[in-house]
Structure formats: C-alpha cells, structure tokens
Design a protein around this ligand. Structure first.
Ligand code: UDP
Length: 314
C-alpha cells in the first residue's frame, strides 16, 4: 500500500511512518515544519519506500500520485504550540482536513484522522468513553485545538456519510517517547528537561490533576490497526493507567536520579482535571491494548533527552 502521512516530521507521525515502512509499505510524508522537525525523519532519507514533500496541507496540493490510505496527522499538538499558532491550528483541522478528504476521495483511498482526547474537554464523565460528547469551552484558550479537531471529526463523518468514504477517527490521549519536542511545554519533556538539568520541577496547580500516558510505539500500532479497520466512529487510543501530575513528577525524579525539588505554579486556564481513556472499544474492534509500562517507555525517552543535552542528537 502507498500511505500519505501529513505532519510526517512531527513526533507521533514520524513514528507512524517508521511502523508503516517496517511493514513493507510505501509512505509519502508531508510537513510544512511549522512545529515538526526534519531530524525526526532524517533517518529515512535513504529509504526507497519513503518520499518527503515540504508542503502545507491547507494549500492546494501538488499531484502526489496514487495513494491507498491517507493519514491526516498534521497539527500543532501541545498547548504551547497551539496557543502560539491558533489560526494555523484551526486551519489544519478544517481546510487541511477538507483538502486531504478530497484527495482520499479522488483516490478512492482510506482516510484516518488523528483526533484527540481534547474533544472531551474537561470531562464530566470518567473514564472517557467514545459516546461521551464532552465538556468543551468553545471560546477558551484551548478552543483553537479542541474545536479544530471536533470539526475534523465532523467533516470526516460528513465525507463518510455523503460519499461512503472509508474513514476512521482516532482519539489520541497523552503520548510520550523519543522525538518529543524538548521545548513544547508538555509535561513529559518539561519534567524530563527540568530533572536532567537539576532545575525545579514545575507542577501546575496542586498536582492532583491526572493524565494517562501512552508510549508512542503502542500508539502507532493502534493507529495503523485502526487505519485498516472498518470502524468509522471514533476510537480512543491511549493507555488507561492514570497518574496525578505529582505522582508523575515522582516517577521522573526516581528514574532520572535527579535531586530537583518540586515547585508549584498556577494551573493554566481550562486545564482538564482528569483524563483516562476507556479502551474497551479499541480492544474489541482492533484487538489492541498498550503493552509498554510507563517506567519502560520512559527509559528510551530519557536517553533521547539526554542525547539532546549532550549534543549527540543535534
Ligand atoms: N503540567 C505541569 N507542569 C508542567 C507542564 C504541564 O504540571 O510543567 C500539567 C498540565 O497542567 C496538565 C498536565 O501536566 O495538567 C499535562 O499537560 P500537557 O501540556 O502535557 O498536556 P495536556 O494533557 O494538558 O494537553
């Protein structure tokens, strides 16, 4: 199969490209490098099955040849990035989705959009099941991301219903692993960076808010399985083991052997208090569940950030 992956130079999509290529398929990767990084795909430069095109999916696309499966994974994804690029974030979920859905339609290709647990907002139901409609502030600072992804889901369903396009919607929960941006402000790179540099660990609020962290190889496997399934309705892809941010800070301190102290800073506006996926549907429909424990997944992640600090990765 020939896959098109938008946002290929981003953290999650670059791992997805690796997995798809490892299964003998071809990949055309697109990225405009707004928040992606060329070093995430540098190792694919000599791979005959990988083509890369610097392109913005919100602009008319050049002729990309025949594709069998489109994976729309382009978007700023961390709160810091989408607060810096709110318009681009809204565009890539709306105009970008429309362009790539048209491309899938023209090719009679499959289509998967990487949506988000942010669709549930600050959830009033716990854990989050796909049938929950969410508690989203449509005008808050995070709304550029939440509403962009909710629109991306809506237009995907519209193409599925109107044209019979074979579509999938993945609701991705917090993911971590090598190639995360060191400075994107997300809790994993932030805590690791602080721990490795002996700086204070900045826990926002009282640290009782929770997240559930999925290692990126588990996530990529789930996404690829979903992209080949006939399930058009959203499927949660995430790790259901939930931790408070204070617990998470302790895990990071233990694994890095850091003597950093924990300090408390104000909670950002609309920061969801709890987040944990119900993955019964992914288990049932895809036969998928995460297998990498947090402590195991953090080891290569720590090694990656260490090599950035030592300059081994430029
Ligand atoms: N967080 C924190 N300290 C930091 C960065 C983040 O306590 O230095 C918290 C943040 O308030 C949130 C959680 O960690 O409750 C996850 O934040 P992140 O930005 O990684 O992603 P989110 O799940 O909010 O999109």
């Amino acid at each position: 199969m020939r896959f098109l992956v938008s946002g290929a130079a981003g953290f999650v999509p670059s791992h997805l490209c690796d997995l798809i290529l490892s299964q003998g398929h071809q990949v055309v990767g697109l990225d405009n490098f707004l928040t992606g990084n060329a070093r995430n795909i540098a190792h694919l430069a000599g791979n005959a099955n990988f083509e890369f095109l610097e392109a913005d999916v919100c602009q008319p696309l050049p002729d990309l040849g025949t594709v069998d499966c489109v994976i729309h994974a382009a978007s700023p994804a961390s709160p810091k990035d989408y607060l810096e690029y709110p318009i681009e974030t809204l565009d890539v979920g709306s105009i970008g989705s429309r362009n790539l859905l048209e491309l899938a339609r023209a090719n009679d290709a499959r289509y998967l959009v990487t949506s988000t647990s942010e669709c549930y907002g600050d959830p009033l139901e716990h854990p989050q099941v796909e049938t929950y409609w969410g508690n989203v502030n449509p005008v808050g600072p995070r709304s550029c991301y939440d509403e962009s992804k909710r629109f991306a889901e809506a237009i995907t369903m519209a193409y599925h219903r109107k044209y019979g396009l074979r579509t999938n919607i993945a609701r991705i929960f917090n993911t971590y692993g090598p190639r995360m941006k060191l400075d994107d402000g997300r809790v994993v790179p932030q805590f690791l960076d602080q721990a490795l540099q002996g700086k204070p660990i900045t826990v926002y609020g009282d640290g009782t808010q929770t997240r559930s962290f999925c290692y990126v190889s588990d996530l990529a496997r789930g996404l690829l399985l979903l992209s080949q399934s006939d399930e058009p309705m959203p499927v949660n892809v995430g790790n259901p083991i939930e931790r408070t941010m204070l617990e998470f800070a302790e895990v990071i301190l233990k694994l890095t052997g850091s003597s950093s102290r924990i300090v408390f800073e104000p909670l950002p506006e609309d920061d969801p208090k709890r987040r944990r996926p119900d993955i019964s549907k992914a288990k049932r429909v895809l036969g998928w569940e995460p297998v990498v424990p947090l402590e195991e997944g953090l080891k290569p992640t720590i090694a990656y950030f260490e090599s950035i600090h030592t300059g081994a990765i430029a």
